[in-house]
Write a protein that binds this ligand. Structure first.
Ligand SMILES: [Zn+2]
Ligand SMILES: [Zn+2]
Length: 189
């Protein structure tokens, strides 16, 4: 297994379809999502071949990884695992698209999986990173029933029942108490 294989279109032109496999290390900063506490290396396999259009290449593959995500409600990290398949069509970037003009307007349903390339080599890492980005939920939850943090005292309600019983139907009380405690904390510090 190579560490970070590169899909080289020239090799495919010369030798036909190619298979790739590897374990790719992704940095948290690469994913750029605050919800990620830690991400393990991504296992990825891919097969690449020429497409029907001139300069087009088809890549099919599978990726799987595990990570620790921070719950959007209680902020605790929890284990996350994902396995996905991907199908991407790489086409030469049409003339007139500058590097700064990354947003290519997609008008055809059929072209959702098309990506435009300028370099004739695609690191497997780019594909792995894309799969991680797609897999991380917009709002990760440790559990659908996660109780989150108490708005008054900030304790994790999954672990402890705090004493901030709020009078039924009066949420303002809790908010006010929260503000008071914040102020008290600020005075202390
Ligand atoms: Zn949670
Ligand atoms: Zn509380």
């Amino acid at each position: 297994m190579q560490q970070n294989p590169i899909i080289d279109f020239d090799v495919i032109d010369k030798d036909g379809p190619q298979e790739y496999g590897g374990t790719v290390t992704i940095a948290r900063a690469d994913v750029d999502r605050e919800e990620i506490a830690d991400v393990a290396p991504v296992e990825i396999t891919a097969r690449a071949e020429k497409g029907n259009l001139p300069g087009e290449y088809l890549i099919d593959g599978k990726a799987s990884f595990t990570a620790d995500l921070n719950c959007a409600r209680c902020v605790d990290p929890y284990p996350f695992a994902n396995a996905s398949e991907f199908h991407v069509r790489f086409r030469p970037r049409p003339q007139g698209f500058g590097e700064e003009n990354e947003e290519v307007e997609i008008t055809n349903e059929d072209e959702l999986d098309v990506e435009y390339y300028t370099e004739r080599a695609v690191p497997l890492k780019d594909l792995a990173l894309e799969q991680v980005q797609l897999a991380i939920p917009m709002k990760p939850l440790c559990d659908e029933k996660c109780l989150g943090l108490c708005p008054a005292c900030g304790s994790n309600r999954n672990r402890e029942a705090c004493r901030c019983e709020m009078p039924a139907g009066d949420e303002r009380w809790g908010a006010l108490k929260g503000i008071r405690e914040e102020l008290a904390k600020k005075r202390e510090s």
